[in-house]
Design a protein. Structure first.
Length: 277
């Protein structure tokens, strides 16, 4: 078993009798996916369908009530709370920032749940579990044996992009960030903010950008380097860990370059790059 405290993450708690229904009308996924075993991966979009925030939601039962803990980027907690409060209107909900008292632990390389309060990360099997709890309490229950950098290496190797690291908030559609491939969008649920744009892309099959795993031969390029094949710009290197990384790729251009009779070598900063499935 491997464990890491994720100091870069923050926690919001959503409570109140209308919490589930209210969240259902805001996020890209079905809030019912947050249950006793699984977290729910979702995003809050702009009306234009672009990702303003992405997060994992864990549900806990407290008496007759359900509490929802939102595990999000730490530097986005205040902005997310403010944005969500804009939509509260008459809903009987409360949004509280508990980042000072609660922490996030990632647990992987384990079979079965490591704790009754842990929830499975639905984005990729390799990412294991997330545990939200008092900072000192979760560290005592499951002492951190790895660093957050170890967890980020795991995430990159699994091909899972993260907002703020691999794409800019407000600049990417859910399909651009692989959210449809990472169990982050429910195309059968009711309306939510930005749904029309997301549904249109899905039904037309018009997504052109995707994150793909990268493999480097020798010294890797710098993050932000442009990936090219001849004179065709294929995308950008967004994250690097050792000899692997992530890149946002124009899949239409990559297919064109690969299908060329005189296919050019794929490079970034003049260094060879392999784009993996």
């Amino acid at each position: 078993m491997k464990t890491a405290l994720l100091g870069s993450r923050g926690v919001l708690r959503v409570s109140g009798p209308d919490a589930a229904e209210w969240l259902q009308g805001l996020i890209t996924n079905d809030i019912a996916r947050a249950n006793g075993e699984n977290a729910c991966f979702a995003a809050l979009l702009s009306p234009q369908g672009k990702i303003l925030f992405d997060f994992l939601i864990s549900r806990r039962e407290e008496g007759d009530s359900a509490l929802y803990y939102i595990d999000c980027a730490g530097d986005q907690v205040a902005a997310l709370a403010k944005r969500m409060s804009m939509y509260r209107l008459r809903a009987k909900v409360e949004v509280a920032d508990l980042s000072d008292s609660l922490g996030i632990m990632a647990i992987w390389d384990i079979e079965g749940s490591p704790s009754p309060e842990a929830r499975r990360d639905p984005r990729h099997p390799a990412l294991g579990w997330r545990l939200v709890g008092p900072r000192s309490g979760i560290a005592l229950e499951l002492p951190p044996q790895n660093s957050e950098q170890d967890y980020q290496a795991l995430r990159i190797a699994a091909g899972v992009p993260e907002g703020g690291a691999d794409f800019t908030w407000g600049d990417a559609f859910p399909h651009d960030a692989n959210m449809d491939e990472l169990n982050g969008v429910d195309f059968r649920k009711g309306c939510y903010i930005g749904q029309e744009v997301v549904s249109r892309v899905q039904h037309r099959g018009s997504a052109r950008k995707r994150f793909r795993r990268l493999s480097f031969d020798g010294t890797p390029p710098a993050e932000g380097a442009t990936i090219t094949a001849g004179d065709i710009q294929l995308g950008t290197v967004t994250s690097i860990c050792g000899d692997s990384g992530l890149g946002q790729i124009r899949i239409d251009r990559a297919a064109k370059a690969a299908g060329s009779a005189a296919a050019a070598a794929v490079v970034a900063d003049s260094r060879p790059v392999r784009i993996l499935p």
